[in-house]
Design a binder for this molecule. Structure first.
Ligand code: SAM
Length: 357
């Protein structure tokens, strides 16, 4: 064995995983974008690469390679019939990656493919410049992503709101279960999207009326996400209203305001505006519930929150914070009795409850 061979260590598995990760992501994104899982779910029999190539008007050899890679990723299965290989969805792909499945995660895949993935390509620029990368990635700037970039048409509003709904659904129930809000009767979920957290809160707080406030395009779509009375018997306590958290006169009166995954979207200057608007609307003794996943105090984790903080840098100009950093901002605005509850079953939101003196 030569000296060179002896001193050359193989790449650790962890590094290999980081190196390849983007390839696997992109294979998944492309397959969903082509609707391959939909094609296979909607076909009564497994399909050959030639059939799928015909439907996609694509290249046979390239499509076969993509399909075989999907088999290796365990998203497709293939079986041989006579001389031909036929492809079908795995159970998991059918459940999560097809349009007609009630558990479909295609909205989040599409958001990653069309927005997150191209933006990640400009991470170096974001780190050098310390700002969002809409201009460099998509050739247009974005002052407020919720007014332009993310909500440019009805389809993109639906994609974003569905993504938020799917992401936060089980986390909302985990949080609602552990946080005591029994002293509040009128709640306003500010920027509450399609009401995902509101429906969870109303289940554990039957005494509370909840108004979900959001921008017009989101409120217009909210009825798609209303749970049935069987699934959510108190859903009648949740209503919707168009409002702008930068305009306090548009917010309804409440004794509890909720800001769930709002503060992490904005610069400190904009956060100051949102918090002073909420403070102004609150009666003395009223509460504010902030739902954000907090970073460990030493910022060594959680990994998912650190990665999310880079996504915020690239896309909205916001960031993730530690509990102490949130406390500092809340103190600055005059909030007291700040209690932080880490919600174990929720990878997406912890609870910071405080009140106005
Ligand atoms: C990251 S999403 C969070 C949604 C929801 N609260 C959750 O926890 O999943 C941010 C929400 O803020 C809403 N939003 C953005 N700008 C707003 C504004 N100026 N006034 C009211 N809502 C706004 C968006 O439409 C979106 O629903």
């Amino acid at each position: 064995m030569s000296d060179t061979a002896r001193s050359f260590s193989p790449m650790p598995e962890k590094l290999e995983k980081f190196l390849d990760g983007y390839q696997e992501s992109k294979v998944l994104f492309a397959a969903c974008d082509f609707g391959i899982f939909d094609i296979l779910r909607n076909s009564s029999v497994p399909q050959s690469a030639a059939d799928i190539t015909n439907m996609l008007s694509s290249n046979l050899d390239a499509t076969t390679r993509l399909l075989d890679t999907l088999v290796a990723l365990e998203l497709l299965e293939k079986t041989k019939q006579e001389d031909e290989w036929l492809y079908n969805n795995t159970e998991e792909a059918s459940k999560f990656l097809t349009t007609s499945s009630p558990d479909s995660q295609l909205a989040i895949v599409s958001l990653h493919n069309k927005v997150g993935y191209p933006q990640q390509g400009n991470l170096e620029s974001a780190v050098i410049e310390g700002r969002v990368q809409w201009m460099r990635t998509f050739g247009k700037s974005s002052e407020d992503v919720f007014r332009d970039a993310l909500y440019s048409n009805e389809e993109s509003v639906l994609r974003f709101t569905r993504t938020m709904h799917n992401m936060v659904f089980s986390a909302s129930y985990a949080l609602a279960k552990v946080i005591n809000l029994t002293s509040f009767s009128n709640c306003c979920d500010v920027g509450g999207g399609v009401g995902t957290l509101a429906y969870a809160l109303c289940q554990y707080n039957p005494q509370m009326k909840i108004t979900v406030c959001d921008l017009q395009p989101v409120v217009t779509l909210a009825h798609h996400f209303r749970p049935s009375v069987e699934d959510c018997p108190n859903q009648v306590n949740v209503s919707f209203m168009i409002a702008d958290f930068f305009k306090p006169e548009t917010l309804p009166k409440a004794d509890l305001y909720v800001l769930s995954r709002i503060l992490h979207d904005w610069s400190e200057e904009k956060i100051d505006l949102i918090l002073s608007n909420v403070f102004h609307c609150l009666p003395s003794g009223g509460g504010l519930l902030i739902c954000e996943k907090v970073l460990d105090e030493d910022k060594k984790g959680p990994k998912r929150v650190l990665l999310q903080s880079l996504i915020m840098l690239l896309s909205t100009g916001g960031k993730e914070r530690t509990a102490s950093e949130y406390k500092q901002i809340l103190h600055k605005h005059g909030f007291i009795d700040i209690q932080v509850t880490l919600v174990e079953d929720s990878p997406l939101i912890d609870a910071i409850l405080c009140r106005k003196k």
